[in-house]
Design a protein around this ligand. Structure first.
Ligand SMILES: C[S@@+](CC[C@H](N)C(=O)[O-])C[C@H]1O[C@@H](n2cnc3c(N)ncnc32)[C@H](O)[C@@H]1O
Length: 301
């Protein structure tokens, strides 16, 4: 993992932990209960893998079987976890998308002429990058190799999938020196669209690797970020999360952290039965709520 990338993830983790967490109680209870059930249901004779293990804020490590490995590219994540849970777990620090290094190198090539090291103007660089992105195919090769070698019986995906797009955006913004996105939301933005398509490919490839294993999957992800000055509730369950949102008062805005993908549909398409599913709101900041989804999926014997 390159230095700028690991610095970026470390900075994001600090920013995450430095937030006002006073309204996070219900989210933390629900996510810890859900992931804790996954750890307790795990076959202790087989390896368990926790992806997006982070600092362990959401993970009840005391319930984790001895052969549990954490995976998080933030270089401080293992230390944070040891400090929080008094447990020095085996750890993998690799990029779970397998595509961030390629994205970083391609962005740098678009921003700067390699022959003169002169920076291109923002619009030229953005057009160039939008044209290059479709050729990038993120491939989580490290994850595939680890899983094939270790054969985990249970995999927890702890709030990391919804981060793939956000980390990719930060990486592009850092290379440009400022956000290169079109500020007018009514105009189409080819670079933003190309990056969203990259994120969708990364999530699909990641889920494909998870589904190739026979492991029980316990997934928690931020599905959408909902901004609203008014009241927003969750109505009766609907496969499409946006149809489940019920809002009173001023119009709300919602952005899709999973690039428009249907995660339960993708799991079902690869032969998994979704056995448990829950959704709740996580009030991350004033006026900003994340719609969180928890899914337990298993391949029938
Ligand atoms: C919202 S935090 C999850 C918090 C964590 N579950 C906990 O209990 O502290 C997302 C985590 O995913 C990690 N992450 C984001 N993108 C990643 C990637 N591509 N590869 C590996 N880890 C990544 C971040 O470093 C961060 O720790």
């Amino acid at each position: 993992m390159s230095k700028p990338l690991s610095r970026l993830l470390r900075r994001e983790q600090f920013a995450f932990l430095a937030r006002d967490r006073s309204a996070w109680g219900e989210h933390l209870d629900r996510v810890r209960t859900f992931l804790g059930e996954g750890l307790q249901a795990a076959d202790p004779s087989r390896p368990v893998l926790i992806l997006g293990a982070g600092s362990g804020l959401e993970i009840p490590w005391a319930l984790a079987p001895p052969a549990t490995t954490g995976w998080d590219a933030d270089p401080w994540s293992r230390l944070w976890t040891a400090w929080r849970h008094h447990r020095w777990a085996p750890w993998v620090f690799e990029d779970l998308t397998g595509g961030l290094a390629g994205l970083e190198a391609t962005t740098r090539r678009a921003v700067m002429e390699p022959w003169s090291r002169r920076h291109r103007d923002r619009d030229t660089a953005a057009r160039r990058l939008a044209g290059l992105l479709p050729s990038l195919q993120p491939d989580p090769a490290s994850l595939r190799t680890w899983i094939r070698a270790q054969q985990p019986g249970t995999i927890l995906v702890a709030n990391v999938m919804g981060q793939f797009g956000m980390v990719a955006s930060r990486l592009v913004e850092n290379a440009f020196g400022a956000p290169p996105w079109d500020p007018d939301p009514d105009r189409s933005d080819p670079l933003a669209e190309a990056l969203e398509a990259w994120t969708a490919r990364a999530i699909r490839a990641f889920l494909k690797v998870l589904c190739e294993t026979g492991a029980d999957l316990w997934l928690v992800h931020d599905w959408a970020v909902v901004f609203s000055g008014g009241k927003v509730d969750l109505g009766p369950w609907d496969e499409a999360w946006f149809r489940q949102l019920v809002s009173e008062g001023p119009p709300m805005e919602a952005s899709d952290a999973l690039a428009g993908l249907d995660v339960p549909g993708l799991l079902a398409g690869s032969g998994h039965h979704v056995i448990r599913r829950e959704r709740w709101f996580w009030p991350v900041a004033t006026g900003q709520r994340h719609l969180v989804e928890a899914l337990m999926a298993r391949r029938p014997d």
